[in-house]
Design a protein around this ligand. Sequence first.
Ligand code: SF4
Length: 240
Amino acid sequence: MNWEPWTGCYPHSEGCNNCYFYGPNAKRYGQNEIIKTDKFDWPIRKKKNGEYNIKGDKILATCFATDFFLPEADLMRKEVWAMIKERQDIDFLILTKRIERFYESLPEDWGDGYDNVNIGCTVENQKAADERLPLFLSYPIKRRFVACAPLLEAIDLSKYIHGIDHVSVGGETSKDARVCDYQWVLDIRKQCQDAGKTFWFKNTGSIFKKDGQIEKVNPFKQTTYAKELDINISDGKPLF
Ligand code: SF4
């Protein structure tokens, strides 16, 4: 399940160039102003009988359509941390391209990290990996994943993979999408396999290169196509 407590965003790095939530695409899919959504307090909403609307033992993908560490969300994030703390029975997967804002964005009682928080750092190319992952690994976080998305080139994660629990990879979805080369995906998969990490090939992206051929892939088929290639490495738990 996805939880977007706020909406709106703006570019941070090359991976954002064709983001469909901001700029010219904002009217159709998202919008630029960073504001609460009507699901802002969703994890702690209760029914008339006092039970939470969302039962426990769930995984909530949080801020996958915006950025958790946006400075404009600093006040809202304080409330969100309180909700995350209240729902210890839910695993929150938090995704960001702005991992450098980690310390200034934490709740006071973070300590070594909340048990129910798994933070994901997005890296779209080697430059982003080399800038963000040393920071990411230096922070007190109990569980870490890396999202190589949109994958723009081959990425060598070998210096960092020891500190990462899981890696996901995805191509770019856009009418102006840049190519995602299957060989880059397989390279990252091999790095995960050698290091004993789980791996999820999430989607091919709109322009997918495989066996020397470049094909256009319909947005509704990109996830299924990636799944059919059957290269995921799982530990039996749901991949993300
Ligand atoms: S950080 Fe994510 S949501 Fe924000 S502009 Fe970049 S790609 Fe889009």
